[in-house]
Design a binder for this molecule. Structure first.
Ligand code: HEM
Length: 201
């Protein structure tokens, strides 16, 4: 059997695999809501399981993402604005939840102290929005459209149009990607310097 035919035979696996990231990331968001609202032993235990859950979501998301390319050739997939939007939203979802994973893993319990919990709630909400966009566009490609796209339409984005990021926005994203870690590094160095000064006083 030739390679091209073999790959196309794997096409149905995409629809099977996507259930995992969608279900796991949705569960993650529900756990975040639970942990943000409660501090009891059950909520704390649920919070501790978050890094593992998010990691499973990211791993299954990468598998689903790869399987997406089994369905059509790259030339065909990239010729459709709808599929391009779907690939973009899928890539954003994976990248976003990967950053979320590092956040819950590094912050541990301090993610839920003081105002941080509301920030976590907002971050989980943004991740859920990205998965919703990915799934909604996927449904349109598969011929199972939902009314969610009407909400996007009302907000000014038609899922059938090429998603357009203006150049100044790309520049702002690049500046943020370079500048924010730099600011974090400088602040960390200053804190470290102060801590060293205090111990030597
Ligand atoms: C995290 C990444 C992704 C997620 C969560 C995701 C999710 C989905 C969902 C929910 C559907 C609808 C399935 C149905 O209603 O039967 C779908 C369909 C589809 N997706 Fe994805 N997708 C992802 C990445 C990709 C990528 C990278 C491609 C590459 C081209 C792709 C191509 C397609 C196509 C062609 C369909 C329609 C045909 C089919 O369902 O078999 N997807 N996707």
């Amino acid at each position: 059997m030739n390679y091209e035919v073999f790959i196309r035979l794997l096409a149905p696996f995409h629809a099977v695999l996507v259930h995992f990231p969608v279900a796991i990331w949705t569960t993650v968001s529900l756990v975040v809501v639970f942990r943000a609202l409660f501090d009891g032993p059950t909520a704390s235990a649920a919070g501790r399981v978050l890094p593992l859950l998010v990691a499973l979501g990211v791993a299954s998301g990468i598998a689903a993402f790869a399987a997406g390319f089994f369905i059509f050739s790259l030339t065909a997939a990239s010729a459709s604005p709808l599929i391009r939007n779907h690939i973009l939203a899928g890539a954003w979802s994976i990248a976003y939840w990967s950053v979320f994973l590092v956040t819950v893993w590094r912050l541990g319990n301090s993610a839920w102290q003081g105002g941080n919990r509301w920030l976590m709630l907002a971050l989980a909400g943004l991740g859920t929005l990205l998965v919703t966009v990915t799934g909604t566009v996927g449904g349109h490609i598969a011929g199972n459209p939902t009314a969610v796209s009407l909400m996007f339409d009302a907000l000014g984005w038609n899922v059938y149009d090429t998603f357009y990021v203006p150049n100044p926005m790309v520049a702002a994203i690049a500046a943020g990607a370079l500048g924010l870690p730099l600011i974090a590094l400088l602040v960390r160095r200053r804190h470290h310097g102060r801590a060293v000064a205090r111990t030597t006083d």
